[in-house]
Design a protein around this ligand. Structure first.
Ligand code: NAD
Ligand code: SER
Length: 315
């Protein structure tokens, strides 16, 4: 039977993934942890503990005491925040992963999920239809840490047989928890600003194409990958996931269908250079072929749900 530990349950992904895992594996079998408190839905539906993933001794204690078999390690510093504190972010992103991998090896955990990102690519990577295997020269602290992480998870699989699985998530769009300091956060902020004030000043320029994905598709892809038969996985670094490709101008046009007097203005900041170094849309044919990656949300469907749910929250 699976006994699951989620590290980073209070963030944009963890707050939704924890609930979905509890639906599948049972509330008491999913232990949620974070360095900060969880929201009421997470702390009210099953076990929650404060855990700093850098505290190896406490992490080991929980893994052993709770007889954990599966870990979802989501704690990280995202791209925008990482550029403000490069060395501290490198330390958190890398040392936390090494802690989880080492304990995974020692305690013979059955499976580990660790997310990578489109940030593993860089300005020398082909921007359109970015292949699974291509030039990878990231120029952000976050991207460098994700690429190094991908190399380490593959190494732990090949050398020690640790079954780590990973997706290169695009920018994730959700309405439950606000985004955590990344470059793709505009695509979440814009909905709140449109509903609250009917205007938004975007920190990326109008034509900044980026791959994005609605959260429920990301959660489904994560669980499908974790449940896939190991024999189907042809790679042990991280799978490209494409989602939906659009830019701020196209997203604003979609929002105007619901809020016709919505106005967007553009004031690019340091995150523009990060966005420009990332793919515009990527090729995820390997994930589709290996374990059947599918999506349920395109841009209009995603925008419709975001507007409806954020209106319910705010109005
Ligand atoms: P987030 O910032 O919303 O959440 C991260 C959580 O980790 C936060 O709740 C934070 O409190 C926690 N955390 C930070 N340091 C910790 C520590 N030392 N110990 C324990 N917990 C700690 O991030 P997210 O968007 O939920 O992302 C989760 C993972 O997915 C990250 O690895 C991120 O790089 C990756 N990812 C996210 C996106 C996206 O668009 N959200 C895209 C690509 C990859
Ligand atoms: N959404 C993430 C970020 O912008 C991509 O990994 O940092």
């Amino acid at each position: 039977m699976e006994k699951i530990l989620v590290i980073g349950c209070s963030g944009q992904i963890g707050s939704e993934l924890t609930l979905e895992l509890r639906k599948i594996y049972g509330n008491t079998n999913v232990i949620a942890t974070d360095i900060r408190p969880a929201n009421a839905e997470v702390s009210g539906s099953g076990p929650f503990e404060i855990l700093d993933v850098m505290d190896t001794a406490k992490l080991q204690l929980i893994l052993e005491h709770e007889r954990i078999t599966h870990v979802y390690h989501l704690a990280a510093i995202l791209s925008g925040n990482a550029e403000k504190r490069p060395l501290a972010s490198w330390d958190i992103n890398m040392r936390s992963l090494m802690n989880v991998l080492e304990l995974g090896r020692e305690l013979k955990l059955k499976k580990i999920f660790w997310p990578s990102s489109i940030a593993v690519f860089g300005p020398t990577t082909p921007r359109y239809n970015t292949p699974q295997f291509t030039v990878m020269e990231p120029n952000t602290v976050y991207g460098i840490s994700k690429l190094a992480g991908e190399r380490w998870i593959e190494y732990y699989y090949n050398k020690y047989g640790v079954d780590v699985r990973s997706l290169r998530y695009p920018g994730l769009i959700s309405y439950k928890t606000e985004a955590g300091g990344g470059t793709t956060d505009y695509a979440v902020e814009i909905f709140y600003a449109a509903i609250r004030k009917k205007k938004y000043e975007c920190f990326l320029g109008p034509e900044s194409d980026l791959p994005m994905m609605f959260m429920s598709d990301a959660i489904k892809a994560t669980i499908d990958l974790m449940e896939a038969d190991a024999s189907k996985l042809s790679l042990r670094s991280s799978y490209n996931v494409a989602g939906i490709c659009f830019n701020p101008r196209q997203l604003a046009d979609e929002i105007k269908k619901y809020i016709p007097d919505f106005e967007i203005t553009y004031k690019p900041d340091f995150r523009q250079a990060i966005a420009d170094s990332w793919p515009a849309c990527i090729d995820d044919s390997v994930a589709k072929k290996d374990w059947g990656l599918v999506y349920n949300y395109d841009l209009p469907k995603m925008a419709e749900v975001m507007i409806r749910e954020i209106r319910k929250k705010l109005l």
